[in-house]
Design a protein around this ligand. Structure first.
Ligand code: SF4
Ligand code: MSK
Length: 653
């Protein structure tokens, strides 16, 4: 980065205690300032949000602009604020959908390579799921061995992206009533890429200029993410790497080891890191680490690559989005390997103050100052070895190391299948106990708390405060992404967290042996929440459709376009979704009203925005209570133990 000009004023650093509720992060923010490096926690004070850009009313789609429009001032071409805000919103949905779906595509291509014998290092770990997905794709397994079936599934998965007509296949997994509604509205995705391209086309200059029509297509695009690209990523990863089962692990910067080679994996795609975990355990690698003076090799994660490896391999999590720069500041990270999404360009700059080498590995993503090596499925093992050797070679170059002591236990790895088993047992796996406990009121409802950190608000605070409020009110929380890591750091993902839970939820968690906050994976694994909601409908007693179930979703500290796509596919699936921080369409009252209210008539779900976590909890609980009333399960039914007299009276009747 260029040096700052002398006259370029620097805003004073905001007190770190005001910027994050994570004490390990506070220590590292202070250290970074002393070490002369710069992080997002400093940059955020210098950069004021543009009121038009942040509220969706800055249009940049042609060179007559950019136009900063308002309800009373149209753009040069006549575009109204509602159109401009809908365009920007639709483009955020398209970008978010493209990110999750391109991840899904990369997984599908990696999935195909070993099936064709082109990529050692990968295998089929969940055969049952391979058959299940084959069935959804209409592939007859008769006469096919495992490899043939995997090739057929991989090819069918890849075809979902470029399909031009018809319907994407996973749509069939939604409740019947929901599918019918989507068909009636004409929003069933045809092919994943097609919906993304059409969203970009419609929102370019002079095409779709009716905000309702633009938003309707954004629903279709978002569905192509949740029930398409994201779901494909989740299911194919499960087949290749194993469907997660609950396991214990550790979280926060304290998982870095002073006397081991520390390798951080960061981003979203677990394809190379999965192989690295295996290779790091090879005797040759361990021996090399010892020769360099280290006791072993410690692979830890950040963001969603961390969540992926955590839930299947139990690798420790060093932190969430806003801890990526801070991890380097410990001086203990020998190599940081990044793939795609949520990676700050500043990492190599921060690394200059320490000995860390930052390595980019995706053919789609390079960063100035980082070493680039390209991952392809066929070179995974050699590349993993090369990178681990690089980390080992870097270990002796460490300067002063300062690792915060903070670390916490967590339980992760709850796929929707394991929730099934845990609740119902392997032989009668079912969501019945969950539905029964929602019906009898011990569990008031279910809320998905997902999404990022955002330095515009106190990191982790909204997540953990909201989640504590929800579980205290007997709401079961399902969590993914960086929100899940925030909860883990706060000790909310261990069974002992029932001390924060209301009496009903506590009783259920104790009986079943689960924490009141369930870690369900990475960002693409929000698709697991769609299936969990669908299972609740199919189990019966909570309505005919997802929109009738007492559940909701939220992203209290969101920052990424992907969060907008996720929120929109939940809304399209009939769920009420809340955003904290701010909402990206506030510059148009007309569009915001539509997204907050009118859209519910269309799809049964809607949006709201509430930055205060206590107020957000209130809104979510009121919504759940409303759904309970509509289902007629709002009155607590006391269990009455009949005495002889009461029985006799019954017999007379
Ligand atoms: Fe301005 Fe219209 Fe061009 Fe947008 S499309 S930048 S509103 S002239
Ligand atoms: S990593 S998208 S900051 S959750 Fe999935 Fe975290 Fe948000 Fe990235």
């Amino acid at each position: 980065m260029k040096e700052r000009e002398n006259n370029e004023e620097r805003k004073p650093q905001i007190a770190p205690e005001m910027q994050t509720s994570c004490s390990a992060s506070v220590k590292m923010i202070n250290k970074v300032v002393k070490d002369g490096a710069e992080t997002a926690f400093q940059r955020v004070a210098d950069l004021k949000k543009c009121p038009f850009g942040s509220s969706g009313t800055c249009c940049q789609v042609c060179n007559m602009g950019p136009c900063r429009v308002s309800e009373t001032r149209a753009g040069v071409c006549g575009a109204e604020a509602s159109t401009v805000a809908a365009r920007n919103f639709g483009r955020m949905v398209a970008a978010g959908t493209s990110a999750h779906s391109d991840h899904g595509r990369e997984v599908a291509m990696t999935f195909l390579a070993p099936a064709k014998g082109e990529a050692p290092g990968y295998e089929i770990r969940d055969e049952g799921k391979l058959f299940m997905v084959a069935d959804i794709f209409g592939i007859d397994p008769a006469g096919k061995n495992k490899k043939d079936l995997a090739i057929a599934v991989g090819e069918a998965a890849l075809a979902e992206f470029g399909k031009q007509e018809g319907e994407i296949n996973f749509i069939k997994r939604a409740p019947q009533t929901r599918q019918e509604l989507w068909r009636k509205l004409g929003i069933v995705p045809r092919g994943i890429d097609r919906e993304i391209v059409e969203m970009l086309h419609r929102t370019s200059i002079g095409v779709d200029q009716d905000y309702r029509h633009i938003i309707t297509h954004s629903l279709r695009t978002a569905l192509a993410d949740g029930w398409g690209g994201s779901m494909l990523a989740t299911e194919l990863q499960d087949i290749m790497f194993g469907t997660p089962i609950p396991l214990r692990a550790r979280v926060n910067l304290g998982v870095l080891k002073e006397n081991e080679v520390n390798i951080i994996i960061h981003g979203h795609e677990p394809l190379l890191p999965e192989v690295m975990v295996t290779v790091a355990r090879e005797a040759e690698m361990q021996e090399l680490a010892k020769k360099a003076g280290a006791k072993g090799i410690n692979i830890a994660g950040i963001c969603c690559t961390a969540n992926e490896l955590l839930m299947r391999r139990g690798i420790p999590v060093a932190g969430n989005f806003l801890q990526q720069e801070l991890a380097i500041a410990t001086g203990a990270v020998d190599l940081m390997i990044v793939d795609v999404q949520c990676i700050m360009q500043s990492l190599p700059e921060v690394a200059k103050c320490y000995h860390t080498e930052v390595v980019t590995t995706s053919q789609r993503a390079q960063i100035k100052g980082a070493t680039h090596v390209e991952f392809h499925p066929h070179n995974a093992i050699e590349l993993a070895r090369e990178l681990i050797k690089k980390a080992i070679a870097n270990y002796p170059k460490r300067g002063k190391v300062d690792i915060p002591k903070e670390e916490m236990d967590l339980v992760a790895g709850f796929s929707h299948e394991t929730v099934n088993y845990i609740l119902g047992g392997r032989f009668r796996a079912s969501y019945r106990p969950l539905n029964d406990n929602v019906i009898n009121g011990r569990i008031r409802g279910v809320v998905g708390v997902v999404g990022c950190n955002n330095p515009r608000v106190k990191a982790d605070y909204a997540h953990t405060t909201l989640v504590k409020e929800l579980i205290a009110n007997n709401v079961l929380v399902l969590t993914t992404g960086c929100g899940a890591i925030a909860c883990a750091k706060e000790g909310l993902l261990i069974p002992e967290a029932i001390e924060y839970a209301g009496s009903g939820l506590k009783e259920v968690c104790e009986a079943v042996g689960i924490p009141p906050v369930i870690h369900m994976g990475s960002c693409v694994d929000n698709s697991r929440l769609l299936i969990a909601a669908t299972e609740m409908v199919k189990e019966g007693g909570l309505g005919e459709d997802i929109s009738q179930v007492p559940l909701a979703g939220c992203a209290p500290e969101w920052m990424s376009e992907k969060a907008v796509a996720i929120g929109q596919y939940f809304v399209a699936s009939g769920v009420k979704v809340g955003f904290g921080v701010s909402f990206p369409t506030m510059g148009s009252e007309i569009l915001s009203d539509f997204l907050f209210k009118d859209i519910e008539e269309l799809v049964g779900g809607s949006w709201f925005c509430e930055p205060d976590p206590f107020e957000m909890a209130k809104i979510l609980i009121e919504h759940i209570d409303g759904k309970r009333r509509a289902l007629g399960i709002d009155r607590k039914k006391e269990r009455v133990l009949y005495d002889m007299e009461m029985r006799r009276r019954l017999e007379v009747v």
